[in-house]
Design a protein around this ligand. Sequence first.
Ligand code: NDP
Ligand code: HSE
Length: 436
Amino acid sequence: MRLALLGCGTVGAEVVRLLHEQSTDLAARIGAPLEIAGIAVRRTGRDRGGLPIDPALFTTDALGLIKRDDVDVVVEVVGGIEPARGWLVEALRAGKSVVTANKALLAEDGGALHDAAVEGSGDLYYEASVAGAIPLLRPLRESLHGDRITRVTGIVNGTTNFILSAMHATGAGFAEALDEATELGYAEADPTADVEGFDAAAKAAILASLAFHTRVGAADVHREGITEVTAADVASAKAMGCTIKLLCIAARGADGRGQETVGVRVHPAMIPLTHPLASVGDAFNAVFVEAEAAGQLMFYGRGAGGAPTASAVLGDVVAVARNRLAGVRAASESAYADLPVRPMGEALTRYHISLDVADRPGVLESVAGVFARHDVSIATVRQGPAGGSAGGAGEAVLVIVTHVAPDAALAATVRELRGLDIVRSVASVLRVEGGL
Ligand code: NDP
Ligand code: HSE
């Protein structure tokens, strides 16, 4: 069984190391020895940290390597949309099996890869693309295929989970926690994809596609990052027995005519400390799956890093290699349900809203009136003295938590509150998930 490795960076180098260290076991599990036919990289002369690799295996001609007749399996750990998309479509159409960790590509144009897999005779596996080492996609696409998944809620980005966990633990602000994440090597030099939620949104699209048998792309996912989360938000969450997490939520629902839909969103949210996801700290990932017959399931582990991600890549390599030897292939993409994607405005959520207001008679009535006009029911109201430098005599802080309402109604409520002269500022607006 001959393998073309595209990329030999953080993940690729660990794939090579594990292939080398476990070659005997892997051969026994597959039923044939696994050999590297070639490794495509950008810089063939780069130091690979003493990995046991024959320098002759390196090439910059990825396409040439993929097209070789002696290549059975293509492992892509380069990342990005192009040229990876062209390579993988070419490989799949030529009948090779493909293993990829490329969540950005799968979320951008997974359909092109699945279609190419159908045209060829190989498999397309991508366990490492979501939540690193955690076996998650295989359970969704195989173990739970007899069930009906209703909701997937996850912490799928390690960098942001590290930052939010640090903010919760130490009271640090976002910038300070990001600096710590960078120093420890969790956050990349350009952390935009993580902190703005793009990485989590790509993973949410992949999870929703598998859970709901529907093609969901990154563009279908409502996305908000964590850059606006303040130390005050975290303190407010703590005061309510909650913590703040960047959640990906994919859920079945229905539109106004009863037509089944799927909604997919990524945003920071307050969750109670008693929620299973609240205890997921540091850079760990966890995904909470709810299915009609199975009930609640939780998957937890390391969602990033060279070795954990390589573990998932190699699990896929063993699976596709076995299939090739047996002359079979895995079931193709399941997208038969083709559910429409629900707009964010129809998502049912709760809000935690913190307002700096004038402290005088009638203020509470005016504020409550805004909620009533938008048909948003208030669950709790807490008033405290105005804090911070802006606070002064005659001012107060109102913290309001709503019952569940459509996101559009909550957003309209906040817009109207911002226009009231008795509201000095809307200090924070956070969605609340999980029972309080
Ligand atoms: P790196 O940046 O560490 O490695 C990328 C590799 O691709 C390098 O070896 C680079 O070559 C090679 N490469 C880049 N461009 C080209 C090109 N045009 N032609 C040939 N080779 C090229 O990335 P990672 O290992 O971190 O990530 C790889 C994939 O795995 C991405 O899709 C990522 O999203 C995904 N992933 C990563 C995780 C992680 O924790 N790092 C976790 C889960 C998924 P050279 O070495 O010469 O520069
Ligand atoms: N940047 C990602 C994270 C890597 O922080 O989770 C794993 O996909």
